[in-house]
Structure formats: structure tokens, C-alpha cells
Ligand binder design. Structure first.
Ligand code: AKG
Ligand code: FE2
Length: 256
């Protein structure tokens, strides 16, 4: 029996409506203390594996981070954890594939991520792709916090990139309204307590605010799932791993 990852909860119809309206939903403090401890240790092991790789080739150096579940048994075990699969299926329906697992632990000085979207099945909105973010220590809006544009997922934009809030506003946001509410689109800076899980449609515009100097390096990880049906550029699964027998692997790992 796998250990509980989440405290008991129900992903309600209201949660689903909020996810569909905003493009993300925050589930504060969902992670159990024991899972937080195990995840923190696992992510530290990934950092140690990256540190041990002595090369100037950034692709090679980044592999354990980008393919995190292939480099750590505990992270691998979560791919098919019943609670994470329940959550993914509640949102995406019964037919799902696991797409990738990336460690989001970044060196403090690098903790800032430009505005972006991730693409999938651009011309087929029936095919969904979600990111399940787990923020073990949570975050503050002005200290390595996730920022989002609620409603932006409905535009299903392909791989947008903006360096700053100003560039986002000038280059895309200005004059746009939410297709369902008619309200002007706005940037929202999230504030997450420890153990927060955030589910996000992958087409939602999001970024990460800069980290305040001198504070700790937070632990975070993302598990991505999608409906099968189209090729996925983000599908970071090595050929060897695809052939490996993991629980529910036959069902979750193939592309289609
Ligand atoms: O590091 C973060 O908090 C967000 C990372 C991100 O944008 C992603 O995994 O899609
Ligand atoms: Fe992202």
C-alpha cells in the first residue's frame, strides 16, 4: 500500500469549475508531512546527482533534473501514485498518459522564470494537458512565487514567451478580456503555504518571481499528465525508461 501523498480531500465540481475558469487551482497544504519529508530528500538526491556530473554540456548536466523520476525511486513511485492518478483522471478523464517529471529546485540566484505557456494539441481543445506542481515549502508572491494570468489558457496560445510583466502586458495582455466573464485579463501573484499543490492547464500563461536574496532554496517538483492523441514536445521520457516495467507503466508511459 503506498503511503498517503495528500491529506484526504475531494476534488469537487467547484474545484473543476475554478480550474476551467482560471486555468489553475491552488490546493493549499494538501501534501502530508511524511510525503513532504520524502520529497525533500528525493529532490536533494537529484541536486547531488546534478552536482556530481562534471561536464560543460548543459543538456547532460540537466538530465537528472529534467528526467527526475528516472533518477530517483521515490520520484518514480509517484508517477502512478493512486492519489496523483485520481487527481489527474478527475481533471482529464479516464484515458491519461504521464508526460514528464521535472525537479523545480533552482539555485537561489536563478529563481526567476519568464512568462511562458506550454503547447499541446493546439488545434484540438478536447485533448488536455495538466501540470501538477508541488511546492513543499510553499512560496511568497515576491519570493520565487508562481504568477499566472487567469483565463489565458482559453486562448490556447502556443509557446508564448515574455521576459517581464511589462513585456507581457504590451505584447499580449493589453486589451484582452476573459472569454467567459468579459473581465479584463490581469496578472495574479499567488501566495502558497507549505505543502501546496497547484493544478494548471498547460496553456495558462505563468512565470516565477525573483527570489529574495539570502533565503533558502525551496523544493518543488512538477508531474505532467495529458490525454493521449497528439505528439508531445515536452515528453521527457528516455527510451530505456519507457521500456522499464513500472506499476501502471504500460498504461501511462506510451505516447498514444
Ligand atoms: O518552477 C516553477 O515554479 C514553475 C516551473 C514551470 O513553469 C513549469 O514546470 O512549467
Ligand atoms: Fe511552465
Amino acid at each position: 500500500m503506498s503511503q498517503n501523498l495528500f491529506h484526504p480531500y475531494t476534488f469537487s465540481d467547484e474545484n473543476m469549475d475554478a480550474l476551467n475558469l482560471d486555468g489553475h487551482i491552488m490546493l493549499p497544504g494538501l501534501l502530508t508531512d511524511s510525503a513532504s519529508g520524502l520529497l525533500r530528500e528525493a529532490l536533494d538526491r537529484i541536486v547531488a546527482q546534478v552536482d556530481a556530473i562534471n561536464t560543460d554540456d548543459m543538456e547532460t548536466k540537466r538530465r537528472p533534473k529534467k528526467h527526475a523520476a528516472e533518477y530517483d525511486e521515490y520520484l518514480q513511485s509517484l508517477i502512478a501514485h493512486p492519489q496523483i492518478l485520481d487527481l489527474a483522471r478527475r481533471v482529464l478523464g479516464p484515458s491519461i498518459r504521464w508526460d514528464h517529471c521535472v525537479s523545480l529546485v533552482r539555485a537561489a540566484e536563478k529563481l526567476l522564470l519568464d512568462w511562458h505557456t506550454h503547447d499541446y494539441a493546439q488545434s484540438n481543445p478536447a485533448l488536455g494537458f495538466i501540470r501538477i506542481f508541488v511546492y513543499i515549502e510553499g512560496f511568497k508572491p515576491d519570493d520565487g512565487g508562481l504568477k499566472v494570468v487567469p483565463g489565458s489558457h482559453l486562448f490556447r496560445e502556443r509557446s508564448l514567451h515574455f521576459a517581464t510583466d511589462e513585456e507581457l502586458i504590451e505584447g499580449w495582455l493589453h486589451g484582452k478580456t476573459h472569454p467567459q466573464t468579459g473581465e479584463p485579463l490581469q496578472i495574479q501573484y499567488l501566495d502558497a503555504p507549505p505543502g501546496t499543490v497547484i493544478v494548471m492547464w498547460t496553456h495558462t500563461l505563468h512565470g516565477v518571481t525573483a527570489k529574495l536574496p539570502g533565503t533558502h532554496t525551496p523544493h518543488a517538483v512538477v508531474y505532467a499528465y495529458r490525454n493521449p492523441g497528439e505528439p508531445s514536445e515536452a515528453r521527457w521520457i528516455s527510451e530505456e525508461f519507457e521500456k522499464k516495467s513500472i506499476p501502471a507503466g504500460e498504461e501511462l508511459l506510451p505516447l498514444y
